[in-house]
Design a protein around this ligand. Structure first.
Ligand code: UTP
Length: 409
């Protein structure tokens, strides 16, 4: 561990000595904790906000079509057969990304602990497990489920699964791992403190999921089980289908190293990331990174050329993930509400964004792939994200869609 003096020098160069403000008041254990955190601190992240926040620039864009709902319907049984066989052979694992903080929803516990039921209890985690159970039954085989948590919610998440008896899932096939953290800073670029002996940190985005999984030692498990593909998905899309045999089968049959579920845009300006080509490779481009001309461009039949939005449900070939694991990914700077202690040492929980967090994103992995099968799904059946407390993409809108799909609430 670094000494106080070493920490002071490291921080001084970066204008962050306020982090040692309470050092004198701390006991030894707290001092050690603080120094350990400072030692691990990646100060180069601060360069990203030095001269204002710049988005990562994009290359040349070109459209990428998808296999459409009609095409999938025609080949459904063929795809399903291939997919179910792969699942039976334990070649497909599911990765639940549950390390986020769900700040928009404003829940004080893991998002998966949200009760989406009305007349009965039905937790987000539970509904996702229910969805996965349908595949388990169809394939007559357990699908290994890897759950990514963060330092902030790991205990709560694990306890909840245990308390609820894994919602009927086979606990020998559930593996938890913890993602990494990054510092949170004020708009002026000062790292916040969360406690007198603790820097304010937050989960470093969902882009590091695979390296965190490897660091947690889970590759041995993956190899023992013979898993070859990982299906990654978000915790908050309650209609999500994981390890969907049809999607798995289509990706395998296409010989693709990755697949992405997509939905046709509701209108050209819908605020979703679009799967397309960037400099000839698959890529997800956010709506605000596209010009109006690109957004509105259409083919001969009048169909939008940049038509397919992603829903955070990707299938990756593990060999490829291993190969790209050490390549660097872009870091995104995101405005968030960050709890911190003020000058008097009092904890403040802001109700408006008050600074930046640093995140890498799983969607940037797509651009590291040589190809990606774009696989259309029906948004009414598979896309009900819960991001906000009210309005668009909220518990309310998700409940409506769940009812529509015959899920008893
Ligand atoms: P979001 O981008 O919606 O972020 O995550 P969030 O943290 O859940 O919510 P807000 O933005 O603070 O309101 C999409 C998915 O990625 C996971 C989330 O748990 C969710 O399943 N995620 C996000 C992580 O696993 N780790 C992270 O660091 C961030």
């Amino acid at each position: 561990m670094m000494s106080f003096e070493e920490a002071r020098i490291k921080l001084e160069e970066a204008g962050q000595t306020h982090l040692l403000k309470y050092y004198e008041d701390l006991n030894q254990a707290s001092r050690d904790q603080l120094l350990t955190q400072i030692e691990a601190l990646d100060l180069s992240l601060l360069d990203l906000i030095k001269d204002g926040v710049k988005e990562v620039s994009k290359g040349e864009l070109a459209p990428l079509g998808a296999i459409t709902l009609e095409e999938i319907a025609e080949k459904k049984s063929e795809y399903e057969k291939i997919g179910l066989q792969a699942i039976k052979d334990c070649k497909v694992g599911a990765v639940l990304l549950a390390g986020g903080q769900g700040t928009r929803l404003g829940l004080d516990k893991p998002k998966g602990m949200l009760n989406v039921g009305v007349n009965k209890e039905l937790y987000l985690f539970e509904q996702l497990v229910n969805n996965l159970m349908e595949v388990v039954k169809a394939a007559d085989a357990w699908v290994p489920l890897f759950v990514m948590t963060s330092e902030k919610n790991n205990e709560d998440t694990k306890n909840f699964f245990q308390e609820k008896n894994f919602f009927g899932y086979n606990k020998d096939y559930v593996f938890f791992f913890v993602q990494e953290m990054a510092p949170a800073v004020s708009y002026e670029g000062k790292i916040y403190m969360e406690e007198k002996d603790k820097l304010a940190t937050s989960p470093n985005g969902n882009g590091g999921w695979f390296s965190s999984l490897v660091k947690a030692g889970l590759m041995d498990k993956i190899n023992d089980l013979g898993v070859e593909f990982l299906n990654v998905f978000a915790v908050d899309n309650v209609l999500q289908k994981m390890a969907d045999p049809i999607f798995v089968g289509a990706t395998i049959q296409a010989g693709a190293v990755c697949g992405s579920k997509v939905v046709a845009k509701a209108d050209p300006n819908e605020r979703v990331g679009v799967l397309c080509l960037e400099d000839g490779k698959p890529s997800i481009v956010e709506y605000y990174e596209m010009t109006d001309e690109i957004i509105n461009s259409r083919d001969d039949q009048g169909k939008l050329l940049y038509n397919y939005g992603v829903i955070l449900n990707y299938l990756f070939d593990i060999k490829t993930l291993m190969r790209i694991m050490d390549e660097s990914m872009p870091t995104h700077v995101v405005e968030k509400k960050i709890p911190y202690i003020d000058e008097e040492g009092q904890l403040v929980k802001p109700d408006q964004p008050n600074g930046y967090k640093f995140e890498t994103l799983v969607l940037d992995m797509i651009h590291m792939m040589d190809n990606c099968l774009s696989f259309e799904v029906d948004r009414q059946k598979e896309f009900a994200p819960i991001k906000n407390a009210t309005g668009v993409d909220s518990l309310e809108s998700a409940r409506e869609l769940m009812k529509l799909n015959g899920i008893e609430l």
